[in-house]
Design a protein around this ligand. Sequence first.
Ligand code: GDP
Ligand code: ZN
Length: 334
Amino acid sequence: MTELRRERFSVMTERGEVTAVLKGTFYHGAETRVDFPCVGDFVLLKYNESGNSLIVTVLPRHSKFSRADYSGHATGYTKTVLEQLVATNFDYVFILSSLNRDFNVTRIMRYLTQARQSGGQPVVILTKADLVEDYTLPLSEVTQSIPDVPVHAISSHTALGLSELDSYFMPGKTVVFLGMSGVGKSSLLNALMEQNVMQVQAIREGDSRGRHTTTHRQLFMLPSGTMVIDTPGMRELGLFDANEGIRASFADVEEWFPQCRFTDCRHQTEPGCAVLSAIADGSFSRERWEHYLTQQHENKYVQDKTSYLIDKRARDKTLAMQSKNTKKNGGWKI
Ligand code: GDP
Ligand code: ZN
């Protein structure tokens, strides 16, 4: 309790950045930390000229990323799985994946599943196009796998393809970056900011203080008036109740299931399995089925791994903010 009381939030308002604390009632009966402010939230603020301002309310969110927190510290229960928010109120989810050696369509599909359940609109960004001889091949491979999602190949070093992204960078829009460490999130952000707001990986690795102790902002305002969320939490995002997202991404796969003879068919060796016979007669792609199985498997793996990470890491409590009065919500974005 005392520890929570020490939480300070930065909120950007028309008076500039102010430090705020949560109103006391946040702690009474707050069973879940989902009530707590998160990067991207809009809040109602009681401004205090001479000290900490007061966060009175967190306004409803239209999109969110969360991860499973198995630690149970917030409530005192030991085995409760909590939903821990990582970012909120974004419009676009940029799924970054590099075109060079790490190129992996399955991983893009996995991130797509997360993006789809977040409430944001997914956009796939294939990075480091300058490192491959011909990016059109991987580009069309991804486009064919996910025909309903925009895909762009870019290079933050040569600025190739960056202008294709202009249509997303409208004032007041918020973008969140999703992708493995090293895919070029900081580099893209730097290129978009046209100034170095973050150190890229190579420099960070030489920094003995390490990534997690280096204070850095988590929400950036681009010259266009678009905000970009890039938080440490996003970098180790796990899947929280991904089933809904998997269903959306693999509706074509799951529509075979009701046709299986047995309702509890595992689609492995069962007689009368609609999936197996559709694969056998060519009416359903084996590759697609394998994508689905990989996804299911990775979902389980990521959840296990996330619980491990969360127990080991203290939550980064710094929230960085934006500088716009959000009149339409009547609140301030934090
Ligand atoms: P992050 O961990 O996702 O933020 O990745 P970084 O932005 O730190 O980039 C990781 C490494 O990839 C760094 O060595 C960057 O210089 C390199 N990198 C990022 N974008 C590009 C690019 O467009 N082209 C090339 N050649 N290298 C890049
Ligand atoms: Zn079956």
